[in-house]
Design a protein around this ligand. Sequence first.
Ligand SMILES: *[C@@H]1O[C@H](CO)[C@@H](O)[C@H](O)[C@H]1NC(C)=O
Ligand SMILES: *[C@@H]1O[C@H](CO)[C@@H](O)[C@H](O)[C@H]1NC(C)=O
Ligand SMILES: *[C@@H]1O[C@H](CO)[C@@H](O)[C@H](O)[C@H]1NC(C)=O
Length: 506
Amino acid sequence: MSPGLSSWQLLLLCLGVFRQEARVEAQAGSVPSAAKTLVWGPGLEANIVLPARFLYIQAVDGSGKNFTTSPGEKTFEVKIVSPAEQFTRIWTQILDRQDGSFLVRYRMYATYTDLHIHILLKGKHVAKSPFILKGPVYHEGCNCPQPSGSVWEAHMHCPPSYPQIDRDLSLFGSVDPDRNAQEIPKRFGQRQSLCHYTIKDNKVYVQTYGEHVGFRIFMDAILLSLTRKVQLPDMEFFVNLGDWPLEKRKPTENIHPIFSWCGSNNTRDIVMPTYDLTESVLETMGRVSLDMMSVQANTGPRWSEKNATAFWRGRDSRQERLELVKLSRAHPTMIDAAFTNFFFFKHDESLYGPLVKHVSFFDFFKYKYQINIDGTVAAYRLPYLLAGDSVVLKQDSGYYEHFYNELTPWEHYIPIRADLGDLLEKIQWAREHDKEAEKIALAGQQFARSHLMGDRIFCYYYKLFKEYARLQVTQPKVRKGMEFVEQPTDDLFPCYCHRTTTKDEL
Ligand SMILES: *[C@@H]1O[C@H](CO)[C@@H](O)[C@H](O)[C@H]1NC(C)=O
Ligand SMILES: *[C@@H]1O[C@H](CO)[C@@H](O)[C@H](O)[C@H]1NC(C)=O
Ligand SMILES: *[C@@H]1O[C@H](CO)[C@@H](O)[C@H](O)[C@H]1NC(C)=O
């Protein structure tokens, strides 16, 4: 794998920001009620530290009925201040989800003693506004780990378990860091790109193997971010930086624990949220537009106005993608699928048509039916597709991401065969069962909203590391050849971490 950007990422970077025409009309005659409107979410809790904090507003009218269309983009006003400070450096954005609800995100550039969140409707306080977060309210850059993992998990409202973690780790009765430090580099270090990490006293150390280690930045970033928030157990583990999962041995053989961004039916790697989703949560690189939050405000026209042709754009990274484009050329009224890039196969224009220009991801949601088809491995766009309000037609695949296990076919997506043999049939089904298809679209969206946001991603990593660390039967060590991965220094807004002096929060 090249350490450069994949075309998928390029497509993300090339996004033009697509603004849909405001759909202002609310339910006939109704106006939101400041008293009845609902406000909730992790952004109302001081102890949930995230790179971008977020909360939700659901517009409710005077009779207690939820709005299901936008009451107007500018309906609510959000002001976040710290009364003790002269200036509050907080970037706030209100995202209109067009379904009567709003996603408010804010990013703090400094740590504050108290934070007051004012949510206003025509100058009147909404629900229990102002919401007061008793400080200290730490910002993302503050290195202030909660010493107790279980306290942190409780603050974060982490789910008690993740089925994928249980499944992945069930193959390992124990993990021997000493042995792995010997065997894994020998087995994979020559041909693959790997990182060997040690976490010791909540500090991160790493040694890389292989040539293409550029993707290490994603792993370093999540580890540094996590260790600023919570004390991680001492542990030692290997991360596969390549696309393909590596551990092909049978569970009965001497299998090695390898952390990968993608799992497969034929391998035993331990999956983590993909680097793409992780980066979307961390926003370390100042992501241009596509992340799990902005996508929620850009889901295109409402269902009844979406185009009933199935849609797909991408590059030629797998044979089935070629088949899909051929199918589209034979049935253009059913499928609009085209390549934006040719890289892996020889481009035959008579078979696959001309290359087309990149389409903004937000424009995908002008179409009702989104085809999700493997690329090199699993298509990492699935979280974003689910977050929209189109229905996903998901190819059966041997590849999976950390959350696929929790998805149910016909509930969250419409399944299609791996060879796409039933794709036309499934599109036809969706066209003839419009209400059911819409319901699946909304269930998928609900799943993305509740399972694929930043708080859950942090919980997943923490849980995975905690459970894994428990399996270790020898002491994790900082090995010869490892380098210390330093926390970025925040000279501009240093923070005072109260936890390093008082332990009474335990
Ligand atoms: C109104 O919206 C809130 C927030 O999404 C939800 O919890 C609640 O069940 C909805 N109420 C009704 C009556 O649909
Ligand atoms: C729907 O999309 C297809 C393919 O992109 C296009 O040919 C067709 O004109 C669109 N239909 C409408 C009603 O806009
Ligand atoms: C992979 O495994 C899942 C779960 O056992 C199964 O549903 C799916 O059909 C398999 N897919 C392929 C292509 O092997």
